[in-house]
Design a protein around this ligand. Structure first.
Ligand code: BDR
Ligand code: CA
Length: 330
């Protein structure tokens, strides 16, 4: 039986690679992607929605529902367009066919999450690779709704690694720390995939070549190549890979966990989010003291087999590229 998945995302380059990975897994019939909830984060709510729709069209899987995010009024950060481009797509959206859905006609993402979880109680893995605004809003509207998910998997946080947006905080947690706090209080078994592991996931030019071939033959492959080049440039600029040419596919970690869980080692943990610190908002804290802990809420990934994760990503992306027919005209 394919695994039922609902993804919450803010595309974003690494989100886009993750959405392509999911589309490959759908074609391989190991995942059933029920819906994509988009949210403000890397770029505005409207741009993340448009990006998700264009990505679905490029992968030629256009049957999935897409929810729209709402502006987050009290966000702690500005967006990450300096890394991902103003449109979240490396400024390439104008070169691609438009998505097939309209922003204002689409369901708001928190309602979409509620609807999907109610329609498939205890069957859906909810994967969040973005600030947790939609999940928190869904929980606020329908307290307990996140418990209806089979599992909630979150890319976010930093424990033994510095932050990537402040000295101590990771972007998805720091963008809307109060939302994160609400979600961390929602279950006892959240799966957390933090920067400590995702910083090891450098997608290199050689991997890109394996995915697309030397001369990309279709629009999907061409877009992957152009987006990767854009991200490799901004990644070097912001010194995210210690000078190595490549970009970090943070969010792909969550897709990997869905179908290749053997790649990870986890620690059971009590994780809290700082929401009031002047310098530390969005910091994730894990209580490692040897004292009684009654409120554990998470499994935190401490180790990843990065080499094999990236090999799986490359193979699965190549699978999608090989089966996509649209020919490029640009
Ligand atoms: C996270 O922040 C975003 O910029 C990425 O898409 C990823 O979800 C990494 O900290
Ligand atoms: Ca993201």
């Amino acid at each position: 039986m394919p695994k039922k998945v609902l993804i919450d995302t803010d595309p974003g380059g690494d989100d886009i690679y993750s959405l392509f990975w999911l589309q490959s897994l759908m074609r391989q019939e190991v995942v059933e992607l029920l819906a994509i909830a988009t949210t403000e984060g890397n770029v505005s709510a409207r741009n993340t929605f448009n990006a998700a729709c264009q990505v679905l069209r490029l992968g030629e899987i256009d049957t999935v529902a897409v929810g729209r995010g709402v502006d987050v009024p009290d966000k702690y950060l500005t967006n990450a367009s300096h890394i991902h481009g103003d449109d979240g797509m490396g400024n390439l959206s104008q070169t691609l066919p438009p998505g097939r859905r309209r922003f204002h006609e689409s369901l708001v993402s928190d309602d979409l999450i509620i609807r999907v979880l109610k329609a498939h109680p205890y069957e859906v893995t909810l994967v969040a690779i973005a600030p947790l605004s939609n999940l928190a809003a869904a929980e606020e509207k329908e307290p307990g709704i996140l418990r209806l998910a089979k599992e909630v998997v979150i890319m976010g946080g930093a424990f033994n690694s510095p932050g990537n947006i402040t000295p101590v905080a990771e972007f998805n947690m720091a963008f809307n720390p109060k939302a994160a706090q609400r979600v961390f209080a929602s279950r006892e078994d959240l799966v957390i995939l933090p920067l400590d592991v995702t910083r090891q996931l450098v997608f290199t030019p050689e991997m890109l070549r394996q995915v697309t071939g030397l001369e990309p033959k279709n629009q999907l492959a061409q877009f992957m190549a152009d987006l990767a080049k854009f991200l490799m440039t901004t990644t070097l600029q912001y010194r995210e890979t210690g000078g190595q040419l490549g970009f970090l596919v943070h969010d792909a970690v969550a897709v990997a966990y869905l179908v290749y869980p053997e790649l990870f080692k986890f620690a059971r943990a009590l994780v809290s989010i700082e929401t009031e610190g002047r310098l530390t908002n969005g910091q994730t804290l894990c209580d490692r003291r040897h004292g009684v802990k009654t409120g554990v809420n998470a499994w935190v990934a401490e180790e990843v087999d990065a080499q094999n994760l990236l090999a799986c990503l490359v193979e699965d992306l190549h699978y999608l590229v090989e089966r996509t027919t649209s020919y490029t005209s640009y």
